[in-house]
Design a binder for this molecule. Structure first.
Ligand SMILES: [Mg+2]
Length: 261
């Protein structure tokens, strides 16, 4: 297993999550199915709570907006077995959410409900954030060498913190010095990495960014950061050109610290 020596001037690692610290399938195979399977039970249990009412209100406004714009909408066939208005109302919300998810919509209304459901699931231990086995030992070692560790993911900072707070390896939040999401900018734009450099308060070349996506690696590189592309099972396959252009690792323990403080 070839290792890469980390440049001596590196003071911080910036880590992507999906495809880097965590299997890319976590969202597709764990998080989204959880919503589909538990949606009706969740709505029934929390229907009278303010937070749930707000979520439902937002979803209804979204559905109305979709209707105005003539987007395809779910057909709400009234089930003959429905006994109460509440059951019917819940059924309609379920249909609407499932339709939005099937269409891969990224509406605020959908994201907000999903966020609340995942938070509850993490808190109850029904979901645990996955991390590859090499991640935690490597980060501990880097920290031992005085390096700082930051996360940059398109998932919200709140979602990132849930994943690491309730991970398969326990509460990992102490490992990180800070979190960034797309509020700082899109991951494929070099301006975002410039913004992160300012926030961290060091020089771009003192940061090493690890990601599975070469467009993100390029954006970080354009901002002056060091990068390595992480190759994990299930990640999008790199082209030969990409493999030649970027340093790649299949595990964090291939990164070798030498003279780093
Ligand atoms: Mg990724």
């Amino acid at each position: 297993m070839a290792s890469i020596s980390v440049p001596e001037n590196i003071r911080a690692f910036l880590l992507d999550i999906e495809g880097t610290t965590t299997p890319i399938t976590f969202v597709k195979d764990i998080l989204f199915p959880y919503i589909r399977e538990n949606l009706e039970a969740y709505l029934s249990a929390h229907w009278e709570e303010d937070e749930c009412k707000q979520d439902v209100h937002l979803l209804k406004k979204q559905a109305e907006e979709d209707l105005r714009q003539n987007k395809a909408c779910p057909v709400h066939a009234v089930d003959q077995t429905v006994h109460t208005d509440e059951e019917k109302a819940i059924r309609e919300v379920v249909d609407s959410v499932l339709w939005e998810m099937a269409a891969d919509r990224k509406t605020t209304a959908l994201k907000q409900l999903q966020g609340h459901m995942w938070r509850a699931a993490y808190l109850m231990g029904k979901i645990k954030g996955e991390v590859y086995p090499d991640v935690v030992p490597s980060i501990r070692q880097w920290r031992h060498h005085g390096l700082q560790i930051y996360i940059y993911s398109s998932g919200s900072v709140e979602a990132q913190k849930l994943l690491f707070r309730y991970s398969v390896e326990g509460n990992l939040l102490d490992l990180f010095d800070g979190h960034f999401d797309t509020n700082i900018g899109a991951k494929v734009e070099s301006k975002s990495y410039e913004n992160i450099v300012v926030k961290i308060g060091c020089q771009p070349e003192e940061i090493m960014f690890l990601t599975d996506v070469t467009r993100e690696a390029k954006a970080a590189e354009d901002a002056g950061m060091n990068v390595a592309v992480v190759v994990r099972p299930g990640n999008m396959e790199l082209t030969e050109e990409e493999r030649n252009k970027y340093r790649t690792i299949t595990s964090f323990n291939q990164l070798e610290l030498s003279g780093n403080v």
